[in-house]
Design a protein around this ligand. Structure first.
Ligand SMILES: [Zn+2]
Length: 364
């Protein structure tokens, strides 16, 4: 069995192989940094790594005090030992998972401390106090295993102060402590954090890999699986969530409907449509992501790479537009959409961003 299958991970074989190799040759670091786009499987891999490290099958062939363990007759993670069973349920007492709290703006506006998670891009903040709590937890001896594993999701949600609060633990971790950080991009973190951890960047999976997993592991219909795999851009986590949230496909249809209306409208109509769209602030990031897939598809059609198109169910409409817009117009529209998405992330006024974007799109 391949290592990634044994770990219960779809794809990312090279990443699992390299972690497995580091563990077996005892060259694994005390801190790992898993980077990659959101919903690509970083937290899933972090949990699997924790399970692999805590699996008691490790203990069979190595002496006491050996943190990472060696090879045993039952290849870890065995899936059967007490540690594996607890990890599968997410209740192992030596694993702690930390993520930021929703940002102050968000819950002040909504009057609630724990709002439902509305989108993948919802802003969160990792607080200094949370970091200190985890440091304190890591400093005491493990309850059951030989190590304690702290997983911190989306470390880019930590500001400089919070990242710095963590630096000491990264520099001189207790001998039993292992840290696994995830982040969309190592470039968003302090260099001092990155240099003290073993980095690994996950890349999107092949469309076929995502589609097959959706059918085999999540019982998706073949046609749904193919479509979601393409829209997901190779991010399995996104595709799995979309599968159980019918709303996602509806939102996509609405987003593409709005875009196709906009490119047929004049200035005044665009401004009023933009104003309406900007009122659904929570849905804007997802809408702009969908719009980007549209312009990318037009670029692909222009270079005759039809097989790589994301919005396969809109192929006719795409082909019609590919004949109407110049390559330059398409590229400009893609850049404008990307910029708008970035500005929304920086809290620029949603109405302004949407309006400027609407006016900069080409007209059919
Ligand atoms: Zn086990």
């Amino acid at each position: 069995m391949k290592a990634n299958e044994r770990w219960g991970i779809v794809g990312h074989a090279w990443a699992v192989d390299s972690l497995e190799h580091a563990i077996r040759t005892r060259r694994a670091a005390h801190a790992f940094l898993l980077a990659g786009p959101h919903s690509i499987g970083k937290t899933t891999l972090a949990r699997a790594l924790a399970k692999r490290l805590l699996c008691m099958a490790n203990d069979a062939s190595v002496g006491q005090g050996d943190l990472f363990g060696g090879v045993s007759a039952h290849e870890p993670p065995c899936g059967e030992c007490r540690a594996c069973v607890k990890n599968a349920k997410g209740v192992h007492p030596d694993v702690m998972l930390l993520e930021g709290v929703p940002s102050r703006d968000y819950y002040n506006k909504n009057g609630s401390m724990v709002p439902p998670r509305k989108s993948d891009r919802e802003k969160r903040i990792l607080l200094v106090d949370q970091m200190r709590d985890m440091e304190k937890w890591l400093s005491t001896a493990p309850f059951e295993g030989k190590s304690k594993i702290g997983i911190v999701r989306r470390f880019e949600d930590a500001n400089e102060e919070a990242q710095n609060a963590f630096l000491k633990t990264l520099e001189e971790p207790p001998s039993h402590a292992i840290l696994i950080l995830t982040a969309q991009d190592a470039g968003l973190l302090l260099p001092t954090i990155v240099s003290r951890s073993q980095p690994l960047t996950l890349r999107p999976l092949a469309v076929e890999t995502v589609a097959r997993a959706l059918v085999e592991k999540w019982n998706a219909q073949e046609a749904d699986a193919q479509l979601l795999a393409r829209i997901s851009g190779g991010r399995l986590g996104w595709a799995v969530r979309a599968l159980s949230t019918p709303n996602v496909l509806d939102m996509r249809r609405e987003a593409l409907g709005a875009l196709n209306a906009l490119v047929q409208e004049g200035r005044a109509e665009r401004i009023s449509r933009a104003e309406k769209l900007s009122k659904e602030a929570g849905e804007l990031p997802q809408m702009l992501e969908t719009w980007q897939t549209w312009w990318r598809d037009l670029l692909l059609l222009a270079s005759e790479q039809n097989a790589r198109v994301t919005n396969v169910d809109y192929l006719n409409a795409l082909q019609a537009q590919a004949g109407m817009f110049s390559l330059e117009e398409i590229q400009r529209a893609l850049n404008a959409t990307r910029n708008a998405a970035r500005q929304l992330g920086q809290n620029v006024n949603a109405r302004l961003v949407t309006e400027i974007l609407a006016l900069s799109l080409p007209r059919v």
